[in-house]
Design a protein around this ligand. Structure first.
Ligand SMILES: Cc1cc2nc3c(=O)[nH]c(=O)nc-3n(C[C@H](O)[C@H](O)[C@H](O)COP(=O)(O)OP(=O)(O)OC[C@H]3O[C@@H](n4cnc5c(N)ncnc54)[C@H](O)[C@@H]3O)c2cc1C
Length: 531
C-alpha cells in the first residue's frame, strides 16, 4: 500500500489535494480518511445537514474547555469525519474572503499568497452559476457554486430591510468588492450538497493511481531522523504502516493537524516531553494562534410569514419532499444561512470587519436546534477577531481528543466590534420592511448598549459558527509552523495543507479558502516535484 504521496484527511482541502495530485498519471496517491464513505443520504440533501450536527459516527463531536469568554460553558465544535470532511456537514455558504485578507498574509511574509496570487486558484476551483464578473469567477472547476434554488419571502424582507438601513445590494460579494447586503452563494451540486468528495473526489474516481482508504485513523507520522517517511494508522482495529516515497501531506483540519503533529513529536518540546512523547523537532507554534468566529445571535419572532421552523415540521415538509424530487427546489435545498451583510464596525476602516448572517429560522439557545415557534435570526460575527487560543495534546493516546481553548473574547477589541454589529443589526431589523413580519426581538433579552453589557450577553449566549483556523500557521516568524510553500519548518517530506495554515481568519466563512489552499498546495507540490 505504499505511495508517492500520502494525503492524511479527506476533507475540504484533502480531497482537493488528492484529486489534483492524481492528475499526474505517474504519481501514486493514497488518501487516508478516519471516517466512513459519504453514503448517509442526509449528507447529500442540503436540509439534511442539520441532522448531522451531533452525528455519533461522521462527526468528531469536539467541545471546548469551559472558559471565561464563553461564561464557563463548553462550546460544541462539530467537525466532519467522513469523505468530504467538514464540507460534508457544513452550511454550504460559499465566501472567499476579502482581497485584503490575502494581501495581509503576503504582508506578514507569506510569499505567493497575495490576493493576486490566490485568485487564480479560487477561479480554477469553481464552476459558478450566478451573476458576477468573469474576471473573478470560474467556469470550469469541479466545485459547483450557485444561488439558492428557492428563497423564502422572509429572506427578501431582510435584504430589503438592510437596503432601507443603508447597506447597498451587492450582486456578487465574491467579486470586485465585498461590502453590502447579498444573497448567499452555495456549494450545491444541482439539488444536492457539493462537498469536495461529491465534486473533486468524484471527478477523480476511477484513476488507478489514486487509492482511498476510509475508516483509517492516522495515529502517528513516522520519521527517519528529521525526514517524514510515512504514516502509522489504525483501520478495523488493526495497526498498519504506510511509506511515502515523496511526501506526506497533512490535511486533518485545524483541530487534528496540530494534534497529529504534536503526537508525532513536532511541537512545543517541554509540553510533549511532559507527556512522554519523544521530540522530533521543537516547533513552539504547533497548536497556537487558534482563531475562530464567535457570534451573538439576534432573534425575532415571525408573524404572517413562513419560516424554516414551520417547514421543518411534519406535515409541512411533506410536499417539499416531492418538490425536491420532482423539481429540485423547495425547503429541502435550504441550509441555515440565506443572506448576509458585510460591513465595518467603525468609520475609517478600509474593508469590512463584520459579517451578519441571516437565517429565516430561529434556534434554541443552547443546542442550536430549530425552535417550535416561527422565527428568524441574524448571527453577528466579528469577522477578523483578535482573540487567540490553542489546541494542545493532553494525552499521548492518539484517539483521545486534544484540549481546545479558543480564548473567545479575550481581546476587548472583539467585543467592541461585536457591539457595533449588534447595534447595526438592530437598525436593520427595525427598518420598515420588517414591520409586517416581525413581532419583535426575542433574544437577547438583556440590554446591550455598552461593552460590559455586550460581554455579559456574549458570555451567556455566544457561540461558534465553526471556523477554527491558524493552528499550524504559515510564515517565517518563530511561531510559524510551515513556510510559504506549506512545508513544515525543521523537517523534510511533510506539508500541512488545510485551514490550519491560515495565519489569520479570512473575512467570512472558511470552506472556500480551505479549498483554495488545497488547490494552491497541490500546485506547489507538483511544481516542487518537477523542479
Ligand atoms: C457544522 C459546520 C458548518 C460549517 N458551515 C460552513 C459554511 O456554511 N461555509 C463555509 O465556508 N464554511 C463552513 N464551515 C467551515 C468549513 O467547512 C471548514 O473551514 C473547512 O471544511 C475546513 O477544511 P479542512 O480541509 O481544513 O478540514 P476538514 O474539512 O474538517 O477535513 C479534515 C479531514 O481530515 C480527517 N482527519 C482528521 N484527522 C485524521 C486522522 N488522524 N486520520 C485520518 N483522517 C483524519 C477528518 O475526518 C476530515 O475528513 C462549517 C463547518 C462546520 C463543522
Amino acid at each position: 500500500m505504499d505511495a508517492d504521496y500520502i494525503v492524511v484527511g479527506a476533507g475540504s482541502a484533502g480531497c482537493t489535494v488528492a484529486a489534483r495530485l492524481s492528475e499526474d498519471q505517474g504519481s501514486r496517491v493514497l488518501l487516508l480518511e478516519a471516517g466512513p464513505k459519504d453514503t448517509n443520504p442526509m449528507i447529500h440533501i442540503p436540509a439534511g445537514g442539520r441532522s448531522l450536527l451531533r452525528h455519533p459516527v461522521i462527526n468528531w463531536n469536539y467541545g471546548t474547555a469551559p472558559e471565561e469568554g464563553s461564561g464557563g460553558r463548553s462550546i460544541y465544535w462539530p467537525r466532519g469525519k467522513v469523505l468530504g470532511g467538514s464540507s460534508s456537514i457544513n452550511g454550504m455558504v460559499y465566501v472567499r474572503g476579502n482581497a485584503a485578507d490575502f494581501d495581509g498574509w503576503a504582508q506578514m511574509g507569506c510569499r505567493g499568497w497575495s490576493y493576486a496570487d490566490v485568485l487564480p486558484h479560487f477561479i480554477k476551483s469553481e464552476t459558478y452559476h450566478g451573476e458576477g464578473d468573469d474576471a473573478y469567477r470560474g467556469g470550469g472547476g469541479p466545485l459547483q457554486v450557485q444561488p439558492y434554488r428557492s428563497i423564502l419571502p422572509l429572506t427578501h424582507k431582510f435584504v430589503e430591510a438592510a437596503q432601507q438601513a443603508g447597506f447597498p445590494l451587492n450582486a456578487d460579494y465574491n467579486g470586485a468588492h465585498q461590502d453590502g447586503v447579498c444573497y448567499a452563494q452555495m456549494t450545491h451540486k444541482g439539488r444536492m450538497r457539493g462537498s469536495t468528495a461529491a465534486t473533486y473526489l468524484a471527478a477523480a474516481k476511477g484513476r488507478t493511481n489514486l487509492s482511498v482508504e476510509t475508516g483509517a485513523v492516522a495515529t502517528k507520522l513516522l520519521f527517519g531522523g528529521k525526514k517524514c517517511t510515512g504514516v502509522a494508522f489504525r483501520q478495523n482495529g488493526q495497526d498498519k504502516v504506510l511509506h511515502a516515497a515523496r511526501e506526506v501531506i497533512l490535511c486533518g483540519g485545524s483541530v487534528n493537524s496540530p494534534h497529529l503533529l504534536q503526537l508525532s513529536g513536532v511541537g512545543p518540546a517541554a509540553h510533549l516531553q511532559s507527556l512522554g512523547i519523544s521530540v522530533v523537532h521543537e516547533s513552539p507554534g504547533v497548536g497556537q494562534n487558534l482563531s475562530d468566529h464567535y457570534i451573538t445571535r439576534i432573534q425575532h419572532r415571525v408573524k404572517g410569514a413562513v419560516s424554516m421552523n414551520q417547514l421543518a415540521r411534519f406535515p409541512r415538509y411533506v410536499p417539499h419532499v416531492f418538490r425536491w424530487l420532482l423539481m429540485g427546489d423547495g425547503a429541502l435545498t435550504f441550509s441555515a444561512i440565506t443572506a448576509m451583510v458585510f460591513t465595518r464596525s467603525r468609520e475609517g476602516l478600509e474593508v469590512p470587519d463584520l459579517q451578519f448572517l441571516f437565517s429565516p429560522g430561529s434556534y434554541t439557545q443552547t443546542s442550536g436546534v430549530l425552535e417550535r415557534e416561527p422565527g428568524m435570526s441574524v448571527n453577528v460575527c466579528p469577522a477578523r477577531p483578535d482573540s487567540r487560543g490553542s489546541i494542545m495534546v493532553e494525552n499521548p493516546d492518539p484517539l483521545a481528543p486534544p484540549i481546545i481553548r479558543p480564548n473567545y473574547l479575550s481581546a476587548e477589541s472583539d467585543l467592541q466590534v461585536m457591539l457595533s454589529g449588534v447595534k447595526q443589526t438592530r437598525r436593520i431589523m427595525a427598518a420598515d420592511a420588517m414591520a409586517d413580519v416581525s413581532t419583535g426581538e426575542t433574544q437577547p433579552v438583556d440590554p446591550i448598549e455598552t461593552v460590559a453589557e455586550m460581554r455579559r450577553v456574549a458570555q451567556a449566549i455566544g457561540t461558534t459558527i465553526y471556523h477554527p483556523v491558524g493552528t499550524c500557521k504559515m510564515g517565517e516568524d518563530p511561531m510559524a509552523v510551515t513556510d510559504s510553500r506549506l512545508r513544515v519548518h525543521g523537517v523534510q517530506g511533510l506539508r500541512v495543507v488545510d485551514a490550519s495554515i491560515m495565519p489569520t481568519l479570512t473575512t467570512g466563512n472558511t470552506n472556500a479558502p480551505s479549498i483554495m489552499i488545497g488547490e494552491k498546495g497541490a500546485a506547489m507540490v507538483r511544481e516542487d516535484a518537477a523542479a
